[in-house]
Design a protein around this ligand. Structure first.
Ligand code: GUN
Length: 304
């Protein structure tokens, strides 16, 4: 679909179901060649949100036929213990993807752990080898949330070439890789952050807005050019009218009428992240075994 009707909802649930169907077919094809894709998920400590995320990743893996291995270490686990586990998983040829759930307990150096993961198994795309590769436009594993946003944008707009994209937020997990992916798709890219001057006015020039700041409903109608496509990465829990609600970084009620298309929260970007994690796991398995199946979305198409 290349021309969006005003205020159209971008249905992340439907697109993620499509990605998962593609992954399921790819997993079956790999298994027919004697390769069982496997994902190891490492959780350290007892952050309740992380427990939910890890459980969902393991469940989704099972649904698409990916073998999952779950490792839970106590909050007091030492960095050496975590690094030893990563080393063991790096050396296990039957494991194709390794994901260490973030955040790690404060006494563990997150960067050191992420850098210890074999870049070929780094399904989060957080290792500097993959971060650098993305920046250079090489065929590498790319972070799941931004890759999911790219899939939604391509499904909505088709070719992104020449569009002005504004990314709000500069995190390593979303903002920076998102900017690199948009640049790789020949967008003109502006990254806004907490120190940006005239952020609203700059954002109002954008054809594409990707909001990833973690502040509930920060982006209102003043930020949006009529006809823009808006991707809301924010998932913020707020108390309102005596109820607990999930809201995005975008004030949906005020912004939707202005847009050509917009992701809801929940049901937009959220379901895409896990779907792209499954896709990365299949890509990693395929690359480690040197098999070249006709994949749903070739990695190059995501990264470029
Ligand atoms: N914690 C929040 N988001 C992520 C993610 O994308 N990957 C990992 N490993 N941990 C996270």
């Amino acid at each position: 679909m290349n021309s969006a009707a005003p205020g159209q909802l971008i249905d992340g649930k439907a697109v993620s179901a499509q990605v998962l169907a593609e992954v399921t077919a790819d997993v079956a094809a790999l298994k027919a060649q004697g390769v069982e894709p496997a994902l190891a998920v490492v959780l350290v400590g007892d952050d309740p949100a992380s427990h939910v995320y890890v459980r969902n990743k393991v469940l989704r893996a099972g649904e698409v036929g990916i073998r999952s291995l779950e490792y839970r270490l106590p909050a007091e686990a030492s960095a050496a213990e975590v690094l030893a586990l990563v080393a063991e998983l790096n050396g296990d040829a039957s494991v194709h993807g390794i994901l260490v759930q973030l955040p790690l307990p404060k006494h563990i150096d997150e960067t050191a752990v992420l850098q210890a993961i074999d870049p070929a198994k780094d399904v989060d795309g957080f290792h500097s080898e993959n971060v650098g590769g993305l920046s250079q436009g090489r065929d590498v594993l790319v972070p799941c949330t931004p890759a999911g946003c790219m899939r939604l944008l391509r499904d909505t707009l088709g070719d992104l070439s020449g569009k002005h994209a504004v990314v709000i937020g500069r995190s390593n997990i979303v903002g920076k890789p998102m900017a690199a992916l948009l640049l790789g798709a020949d967008c003109t890219v502006t990254v806004l952050h907490s120190r940006s001057k005239n952020a609203q006015a700059l954002c109002r020039k954008a054809d594409i807005v990707v909001a990833a700041v973690g502040r509930p409903r920060m982006i209102d109608a003043e930020w949006i050019k009529p006809g823009a496509v808006v991707i809301d990465v924010g998932i913020n829990r707020i108390e309102e009218d005596g109820k607990s609600r999930l809201v995005g970084d975008v004030d949906f009620a005020k912004v939707q009428p202005l847009t050509a298309a917009i992701t809801p929260v929940p049901g937009g970007v959220g379901p895409m992240t896990i779907a792209l994690l499954m896709q990365n796991t299949v890509t990693a398995a395929r690359q480690q075994h040197g098999t070249h199946l006709s994949a749903g979305t070739p990695l190059q198409a995501v990264a470029q």
